[in-house]
Design a protein around this ligand. Structure first.
Ligand code: NAG
Ligand code: NAG
Ligand code: NAG
Ligand code: NAG
Length: 295
């Protein structure tokens, strides 16, 4: 009886202790964040601020492009953002070869970053529709935003996150507006190089008849039309000049590389990738070591 009373009596103390502990640790973490932002001189390690939102980046590619996925995994694996919690997934249609079934199973075991949709692989016949409309049924979680990106685009996730941060979390359609010279995000639609939809729009695509009945044609243009017909995507942002096609590759959609870049598209050749990766100093983290040399 006495022990039981003792146990019951300690509850309020435990609760008080927990409250004080949480209260102070919260204050300390907010303070260190503020202090750390004044410069590198601070000895206190910066506390991780809570990400402002979550983002799924789906890169539409082909099952056979194992080496290209390996390369893109490197590029996204070394990126981080204090603003967004992001996942990168490679998205393709049904497997068609025995060796794909082995290699892709191995990739999934190792990286768990692949989505195989129920579709057959040919451009402009509804892969983007299948992608968005499947997500609410197949994902085990929700994201604030879902992106569709090409596999010949280089995304700088920290810059992308910074540009999304002040925008609306719902009814948002974000990207690089086509035509190239348009500065009006309502005229006409966002380029397939990489566009972002808020989660409510992904759910709408999964539920509405409007996209379901209009899946054949250039995929980026279709998305613009669905939203227009459905009177959706009232919040829009066209991120020019931070998104663009590789210099000289596509008329007015192209311009020179710039430091504030969010996305460079049409990286179909190694010389272009190398130019871009050098420009953005992607290997600056590399530490000197006796184990390797680059002469
Ligand atoms: C996959 O799509 C085909 C036709 O496109 C359909 O008949 C089949 O039921 C779908 N399977 C699943 C598991 O959704
Ligand atoms: C894709 O594969 C699934 C499972 O084998 C099959 O049910 C479906 O019909 C295939 N879809 C297409 C479009 O070929
Ligand atoms: C789908 O499109 C066809 C042809 O454009 C049209 O006749 C039909 O009414 C549409 N259905 C829905 C549900 O919008
Ligand atoms: C890359 O590094 C060079 C040399 O440190 C610097 O001048 C340049 O601004 C950096 N470029 C970008 C895009 O950060």
């Amino acid at each position: 009886m006495l022990t039981r009373w003792l146990v019951l009596a300690t509850f309020p103390f435990i609760a008080l202790f927990l409250f004080l502990f949480l209260f102070f640790s919260y204050n300390i973490s907010t303070k260190t964040t503020t202090l750390a932002s004044y410069g590198n001189a601070m000895v206190v390690p910066p506390a991780h601020p809570r990400p402002a939102f979550s983002l799924l980046i789906g890169i539409l590619t082909r099952a056979d492009y194992h080496e290209h996925r390996h390369f893109l995994r490197l590029l996204y694996g070394i990126q981080s953002s204090p603003i967004a919690e992001f996942d990168v997934k490679f998205v393709f249609c049904n497997l068609t070869k025995v060796e794909q079934r082995m290699l892709i199973a191995l990739e999934i075991i190792r990286f768990n970053d692949i989505i195989i949709l129920n579709c057959s692989e040919n451009m402009n016949s509804g892969k983007t529709y299948t992608y968005f409309s499947s997500l609410p049924h197949i994902l085990s979680r929700q994201y604030d935003y879902v992106m569709k990106a090409d596999d010949d685009v280089y995304l700088r996730v920290d810059k992308l996150a910074a540009s999304l941060k002040p925008l609306e979390r719902t009814d948002l359609y974000y990207g690089f507006v086509i035509p190239c010279t348009s500065q009006n995000p309502f005229v006409d639609y966002m380029s397939g190089m990489g566009f972002v939809l808020s989660w409510d729009l992904v759910e709408w695509i999964a539920e509405s008849d409007i996209p379901a009945n209009d899946t054949v044609g250039p995929e980026d243009k279709l998305v613009g039309r669905w939203l227009k017909v459905g009177n959706k995507g009232k919040n829009r942002f066209s991120d020019k000049p931070a998104m663009y096609d590789y210099p000289g590759s596509n008329g007015q959609c192209s311009h020179e590389l710039i430091p504030e870049t969010v996305a460079v598209h049409r990286l179909k050749r190694w010389d272009r990738w190398l130019h871009v990766l050098r420009f953005f100093n992607v290997t600056k983290e590399l530490k000197p070591s006796k184990l390797y040399h680059f002469d």
